[in-house]
Design a protein around this ligand. Structure first.
Ligand SMILES: Nc1ncnc2c1ncn2[C@@H]1O[C@H](COP(=O)(O)OP(=O)(O)OP(=O)(O)O)[C@@H](O)[C@H]1O
Ligand SMILES: [Mg+2]
Length: 532
């Protein structure tokens, strides 16, 4: 490319072209101005710009200017034959160098006859050919020389830049149109805020969701609509986004509808940031008020449930303490009875024996004997009462001995009672031993009191992690109650106590009974660890 013959002119034209580019003209206007400047300032009679459409593989004429009428290299849309032997085609397909047609050259694509020289420059931008520029000179006019090619090329480059920008704008417009159609029809609220947080756009959903017309919101600051807390959260989320370089953010808006009703919106937003400043901030907001209400209702119910549970736990705690206290009290009373009145009665009996031996009057001796037997009965009763309150055998020897002792008591009452042990009998935690003992005691008491059974079988099974007690009678059976509450209401606390003791230790009670079929009570208590 030759050196310019007139750098001053070159500068002038380029500045003009660039000012078109910087201006707000539509591309067509810029093309026309470029062509006019060329024919005014350069040794060119006619200047035309054609754009190439790759989809239809055709050239379109977009602008021309000519020094004299009729000198236009103008044309309708041309279908380019890609393989055609055309300079135009070659110019489009080739590199960015100009193609020159001299007088007499015939081009199958475009009639250039009547011109002395036609110089074609491709309009390229970013490696893509967007069209071409044709400079034509009439015979007898000055023609552009080698030295003018630089400025002609530069002008073509400016036109190329305009073509690219215009194409990008078209694409943007098309995609914005698509975007707009999407947004207008969206079920969610779509909004665009400017850098200052003012609404640039809201889709028509705002009418249904917020009760505002879009126009009422445009230009207003988002903080006017959302709650103070939402505003603060949004602002800090935006700050985070700017400093982290992220583009996307999620937050919630509690926004006041026009009628004052608050609405909770889940917002997914993105921002356009430049130089640490937010230029745009757009989001899609979904109404989650209903979901939120549901969530809160669930939370409330959860909390209620927790409270009920903790009430239950408290009750259970009281019950444990009460049961333990009851056991302590029984043990203490049993000890007191054994150590106090029983010992006094024993001593009294010895004294009566002595008196009997010393006595001489027959009637006196008879009375003393009578007193002695009464005392003897009192001692036995008290001992038994004390044992039943809290048999020392349980504390001293453990569950299997204590249950065996219970079975012996049943035998003494004239019922055929059997006792079996499964597994290796061992000492268990005190509360487990006491609970098992009391459950067995109550089951046996019920069998004796209610069942009219002739046989009772009691077994204690010591397993790895559970102790299982079974009390089975062959009596008349009964219909076990549906619920403990009905039992408690009926004042029958025996079964209630059994269930509660088992439950307190994480165990269970099962009663299999049917009228006339006998009753089997099975208690299963999990073991924490054996005492030895
Ligand atoms: N082995 C059984 N055979 C037949 N009926 C039984 C048997 N065990 C319990 N029952 C029936 O179940 C009822 C409830 O028993 P529960 O032990 O709760 O109360 P209770 O024995 O009547 O009174 P408490 O035990 O408070 O002295 C009994 O009244 C009885 O009718
Ligand atoms: Mg009972």
């Amino acid at each position: 490319m030759g050196r310019s013959q007139n750098p001053e002119l070159e500068r002038k034209i380029l500045l003009k072209a660039l000012s078109y580019l910087a201006g707000r003209d539509r591309a067509e206007g810029i093309y026309t101005s470029i062509c006019r400047t060329v024919v005014e300032e350069l040794p060119v009679d006619s200047c035309s710009i054609f754009l190439y459409d790759s989809k239809s593989n055709s050239l379109h004429h977009v602008a021309s200017d000519a020094r004299t009428a009729g000198a236009l290299l103008e044309t309708e849309d041309i279908r380019l034959k890609v393989n055609g032997d055309s300079r135009f085609s070659r110019c489009l397909r080739g590199d960015s160098r100009p193609v020159v047609l001299e007088e007499g050259d015939v081009d199958p694509l475009l009639n250039t006859s009547g011109f002395k020289r036609v110089i074609l420059f491709p309009l390229t931008s970013r490696g893509e050919t967007l069209g071409l520029m044709a400079y034509a000179s009439l015979p007898g006019s000055p023609v552009p020389e080698e030295g003018d090619l630089g400025i002609l090329g530069a002008i073509a480059a400016v036109a190329g830049a305009v073509a690219l920008q215009s194409r990008l704008e078209d694409e943007l417009e098309r995609s914005e149109e698509r975007y707009r159609v999407l947004m207008e029809g969206a079920r969610d609220l779509v909004f665009v805020l400017d850098g200052g947080g003012r609404f640039l756009y809201v889709n028509p959903r705002c009418r249904d969701m917020l009760g505002y017309e879009a126009e009422e919101m445009l230009g207003r600051y988002f903080g006017e609509f959302v709650s103070g807390e939402s505003w603060a959260q949004t602002v800090s989320a935006l700050r985070r986004v700017v400093s982290s370089g992220e583009r996307f953010l999620d937050y919630q808006w509690v926004i006041a509808r026009k009628d004052g009703r608050p609405l909770t919106l889940d917002v997914r937003a993105s921002v356009v940031v430049s130089g640490g400043e937010i230029l745009r901030h757009q989001g899609i907001a979904r109404d989650i008020s209903q979901e939120k209400a549901l969530h809160e209702e669930l939370l409330r119910r959860d909390q209620e449930l927790d409270e009920t549970r903790s009430n239950e736990e408290r009750m259970r705690g009281y019950l444990t303490v009460a049961t333990l206290a009851q056991e302590e009290e029984r043990a203490r009373v049993a000890r007191e009875l054994h150590d106090g009145p029983v010992q006094y009665l024993v001593a009294l009996r010895r004294q009566l024996d002595l008196l009997e031996k010393l006595g001489n009057r027959k009637e006196q001796v008879e009375v003393l004997k009578e007193i002695d037997s009464l005392v003897e009965r009192a001692i036995q009763d008290l001992r038994e009462f004390s044992r039943n309150l809290r048999p020392p055998i349980l504390d001293d020897f453990g569950l299997s001995y204590a249950v065996e002792w219970l079975v012996e008591q049943v035998q003494k009452a004239g019922i055929d009672a059997k006792f079996t042990v499964e597994g290796e009998p061992r000492r268990l935690d005190r509360d487990i031993e006491v609970a098992c003992f009391r459950i067995t005691q109550e089951a046996l008491a019920n069998a004796m009191k209610h069942s009219k059974a002739s046989t009772v079988e009691v077994s204690v099974a010591f397993r790895e992690d559970v102790v299982e007690i079974r009390v089975a009678d062959n009596g008349r059976g009964f219909s076990p109650p549906d619920s403990l509450t009905s039992l408690a209401r009926a004042g029958q606390m025996g079964l209630v106590g059994m269930y509660e003791r088992a439950e307190l230790l994480g165990g269970s009670i099962r009663i299999d009974s049917e009228p006339a079929r006998g009753t089997t009570v099975t208690a299963r208590i999990p073991l924490r660890k054996s005492r030895s």
